[in-house]
Design a binder for this molecule. Structure first.
Ligand code: FAD
Length: 416
């Protein structure tokens, strides 16, 4: 089989297919892991908006921690835990709901008092009323390249051929079935092709005349210069009413967040040479987000910036992954719709897709991620929905009506 794209999702799918005994080639247009995956904050979050995502997130955390055991390659993981903090009544109610739900779905989440937050966090000080949850299962990978290197090494050890700087330029279809791929260098015959092209997933699917319902949207973060009060052992903090996340990084603070008016970027409308390096960055967005927590974590908004990076999320209309067989085109599969969690969900999502492809049956509940759940959607609808999902990343409780037209996730989407 051929996987198009060597980001976290493509490499994980390739590795799990190889572990299931398949012969796999990964064709990557640039360097492996150089696009969205290589820019990620590296955060794994155990509290999620529904049971299926909770299951995928927690299984991914378990697989990241035990990476050496199943993939045969060491991977360093910061088992920091994380706080979720709310400073408004509405967000407090939202976190209280998340606490009850997540516990019901098996996650270890506990209410945390002010003394516990103050005792564990050096870079954040409560400045007023707040409600906090402690999520001991949360982890992060300090530099995202570490996970990508581990995937790459494991892929190669298990016989996967990763062809870098080899863009896929065609997906031939014979008798209504995908027949392989055409790269800039050669033809590769294969009955199964996985489109894992991240921000380019739509134009890659388009090579076979297929459509994938996602809209790429910019996301950014910064890392400050080293700051004395930042203890590298401190946990992750997510301030949900400000839609900001923080964690220690390189002696400084990593600061990222979700603005209410995110920028859609469509690589199809860019020159063919477009890469993540061409995504326009805007430090003002991060400064405005950080200003909301300037009393609690002043370093987030004032410390000198050592690195500012960004890339594309692939947002789906319902905020859930898009993974499974592409309708009406046997042989073509997709793994996308990262919705900002593709890095951290890649271990379990790649595993689930590989199970589906190699056994013919998805793990329980995973069928709900199939791209077939959507009918045809215009680009305008995809962008409207994608921006809405992005703006409510930590807080899906709408303070304004959700755009019409897309059904909510079915209650029956229960993982086993
Ligand atoms: C700043 C930032 C912070 C983030 N933080 C987090 C986080 O903390 N936790 C989390 O879970 N997620 C995070 N994300 C999201 C995460 O990075 C993505 O969900 C994930 O990387 C998606 O992986 P991917 O494999 O789909 O995409 P990518 O990593 O972009 O990989 C797709 C690959 O496909 C290749 N490709 C494209 N077209 C072709 C072609 N024609 N032929 C061959 N190859 C092709 C591309 O070159 C690319 O390498 C963050 C994203 C950003 C931008």
């Amino acid at each position: 089989m051929v996987v198009i794209g060597a980001g976290a999702l493509g490499l994980s799918a390739a590795l799990h297919c190889a572990l299931a005994g398949r012969s796999v080639v990964v064709a990557e247009r640039l360097a492996a892991g150089s696009q969205a995956s290589g820019r990620a904050a590296g955060l794994f979050k155990s509290v999620q908006a529904d049971e299926l995502r909770t299951w995928l997130a927690r299984r991914s955390i378990a697989k990241a921690i035990s990476f050496a055991d199943w993939a045969g390659v060491p991977l360093q993981v910061a088992r920091s835990g994380g706080f979720l903090i709310a400073r408004t009544a509405r967000h407090r109610a939202f976190l209280a709901r998340e606490l009850a739900q997540s516990r019901g779905w098996g996650a270890d989440v506990r209410e945390a008092g002010g003394a516990q937050v103050a005792g564990r966090l050096g870079y954040y000080r409560a400045a007023g009323e707040q409600f906090a949850l402690w999520c001991p299962e949360d982890i992060y990978i300090d530099e995202p390249g570490a996970l990508l290197r581990a995937y790459l090494l494991a892929c190669r050890r298990h016989g996967v051929v990763v062809a870098e700087h080899e863009p896929v330029v065609g997906i031939p279809v014979a008798g209504g079935q995908v027949a392989g791929v055409e790269t800039a260098a050669r033809q590769i015959t294969a009955p199964v092709v996985i489109d894992a092209a991240g921000g380019w997933v739509r134009q890659v699917a388009g090579l076979a005349g297929a459509a994938v319902p996602v809209a790429p949207v910019r996301h950014q973060l910064l890392i400050t210069e080293p700051v004395p009060e930042i203890d590298p052992g401190d946990p992750i903090t997510r301030v949900v009413d400000a839609a900001v996340y923080l964690r220690p990084s390189r002696g400084g603070l990593m600061v990222g967040g979700f603005e209410h008016d995110p920028l859609p970027v469509d690589p199809r409308q860019q020159p063919p040479s477009f890469t993540t390096d061409d995504v326009p960055l805007d430090l003002g967005v991060l400064r405005r987000l950080a200003a909301q927590i300037n009393l609690e974590a002043p370093a987030a908004g004032t410390a000198a910036v050592a690195e500012h990076r960004g890339g594309l999320f692939t947002m789906s209309p319902d905020g859930r992954f898009v993974a499974g067989p592409v309708p009406a085109l046997p042989g073509l599969w997709v793994v996308s719709g990262c919705n900002g969690s593709g890095f951290s969900s890649s271990p379990a999502l790649g595993e689930a897709l590989a199970t589906w492809i190699t056994t013919g049956t998805p793990p329980p509940g995973v069928q709900a991620l199939s791209p077939a759940r959507f009918g045809p959607l215009s680009d305008d609808t995809l962008i409207t929905r994608g921006r809405w999902q992005y703006a409510r990343y930590y807080d899906p409780a709408p303070d304004q009506a959700e755009p019409a037209g897309i059904p909510s996730p079915a209650q029956s989407d229960r993982p086993g």
